[in-house]
Design a protein around this ligand. Structure first.
Ligand code: HEC
Length: 107
């Protein structure tokens, strides 16, 4: 009984997590982030896997960057290319930023 309950909980949790990630994925594409950020390969911008690693998969740390409360830590010398998008991020709702962060950190 306990085992079955745990299984149900695990299934629900994975639905919940994948639901959040796919919302983030939609935003990521709708806002044009994918144009410069590949999932696994550094291109114009760092790969999502690079971002994920440098941010230690910590969404709060990434949220601080999105809100302009923290300096870029990956390629600060190329921040000028990313900068125009910071304005857009600063005006997005918290829940959307959170979904975006969860998506990026899933790599
Ligand atoms: C025109 C190309 C371009 C687009 C579009 C773009 N970025 Fe970037 N991004 C860059 C470049 C170049 C860097 C490297 C500079 C840096 O590290 O800040 C970067 C860096 C980043 C970083 C790492 C910041 C750090 O700590 O160094 C994150 C996170 C990020 N982008 C998220 C996003 C999101 C989310 C979007 C969509 C809203 C987006 N980017 C759209 C070019 C782009």
């Amino acid at each position: 009984m306990v085992k079955r309950f745990f299984l149900l909980w695990a299934v629900l949790l994975s639905f919940y997590v994948s639901g959040l990630a796919s919302e983030g994925e939609k935003i990521f594409h709708a806002r044009g982030c994918a144009g410069c950020h590949d999932k696994a390969r550094d291109s114009i911008g760092p790969a999502l896997s690079t971002i994920s690693q440098k941010y230690n998969r910590d969404p709060n740390k990434l949220l601080k960057f999105f809100k302009g409360q923290a300096e870029p830590i990956i390629w600060p010398d190329k921040f000028r290319i990313m900068e125009p998008f910071m304005n857009m991020l600063k005006h997005m709702e918290d829940k959307d930023l959170r979904a975006l962060a969860d998506y990026i950190l899933s790599f």
